[in-house]
Design a binder for this molecule. Structure first.
Ligand code: SF4
Length: 339
């Protein structure tokens, strides 16, 4: 069931780590640090604005929630718990690092009504985690994930693609390992190179050479399909647009409609396959050119705009020789040639 989160951004105050891609150090001091009264104000405001509160969560995002100073973490949890305890929200969602999860912290989170925990795994390849100075290993992700699931929390994993020293095959390996862990949700963040980070230095020195944007779309499209096929909900693909990115991006993979581009790619490939299936020994172009009426492609009704493509890119790609019809029996990324 669709739901909306009441998001509260927590900058990672005094984070002792130095991840190669993170600019928290350079922007700390520019960010507002929410206190209990801010949590109360934001939640009270949401009570008036959001219609389906019983299906909404209070989400503490932006940093490593369980790694912030304990007293401050409890202050925020207590404020949020007032609302969850009174049955006004479904629960609390937090994101954190895998090496800041243990039995004690999970007991605290449970006590305050936390229901979902997202871990910043970033990669499941130790050489990549090391090169990007994450300060934890893939084993930490396995251990924390198991503990979270065992205690009955909803598990989410966040991964980054195209990190320094992560080849296409490393990102795929990360995907397969994440599928094996079987979280409920995944967020895919293609790496964006931000000013003031170690990645930016490596990029300037020519030591970090990201793959092409097209190849990244192809990789993330494949991930969307694989996660979907394994019943893992992808709740984000591509970084959110924010002033922080606009002012400090020096390279990498940012596009405001990144997920739409990936979904367009999924359907473009599938439509090509469908067209070629019925025209052996021809190229797609020969098929499209020699056709007097449009190909009829059936997709799930909710996927028609994805099949048409971002800014109609697929319709244009096929020279407007494809017409889409809805068939609710088809799954999210399925398509079939119907004539
Ligand atoms: S990404 Fe790394 S450096 Fe940045 S806040 Fe999180 S743990 Fe700290």
């Amino acid at each position: 069931m669709p739901h909306s989160n009441i998001s509260i951004f927590i900058p990672h105050v005094g984070c002792p780590h130095m991840c190669a891609f993170c600019n928290q150090r350079t922007i700390s001091g520019e960010q507002d640090i929410p206190r209990a009264e801010d949590v109360i104000r934001i939640c009270s405001q949401a009570l008036n604005e959001v219609s389906d509160l019983n299906n909404s969560e209070i989400a503490f995002f932006g940093g490593s929630f369980t790694a912030i100073e304990r007293e401050y973490m409890l202050e925020l949890l207590e404020a949020a718990h007032e609302f969850v305890g009174a049955g006004k929200f479904k629960g609390i969602r937090i994101s954190t690092r895998p090496d800041y999860i243990d039995g004690e912290i999970l007991d605290i989170l449970r006590h305050y009504g936390v229901t979902a925990i997202e871990l910043g795994a970033q990669s499941m390849r130790n050489h990549v985690l090391k090169a990007n100075e994450r300060g934890h290993t893939a084993e930490d992700v396995y251990r924390a994930s198991e503990l979270i699931k065992k205690r009955g929390f909803e598990l989410g994993l966040q991964i980054m693609t195209g990190l320094y020293r992560s080849k296409y095959a490393d990102d795929l390996k990360t995907m397969y390992r994440v599928i094996k862990i079987a979280p409920s949700t995944v967020r895919i963040y293609p790496t964006v190179i931000l000013k003031g980070t170690k990645l930016a230095e490596l990029y300037d020195e020519g030591l970090y050479k990201p793959i092409s944007f097209e190849r990244m779309i192809e990789l993330c499209a494949r991930m969307l399909e694989e996660f979907d096929a394994n019943n893992i909900r992808v709740i984000r693909c591509g970084l959110h647009s924010s002033d922080n990115i606009k002012g400090s991006k020096v390279g990498g993979f940012y596009h405001p409609a990144f997920k739409e581009l990936c979904e367009s790619e999924i359907f473009r490939r599938k439509i090509e396959t469908e067209i070629l299936k019925s025209n052996l020994n021809k190229t797609v172009w020969e098929c499209v050119k020699s056709r007097f009426k449009p190909y009829v492609i059936a997709v799930n009704p909710l996927s028609i705009s994805k099949a048409v493509g971002h800014k109609k890119c697929n319709s244009e790609y096929f020279g407007n020789s494809v017409r889409f019809v809805a068939d609710e029996k088809l799954s999210k990324y399925e398509c079939e040639l119907r004539g």
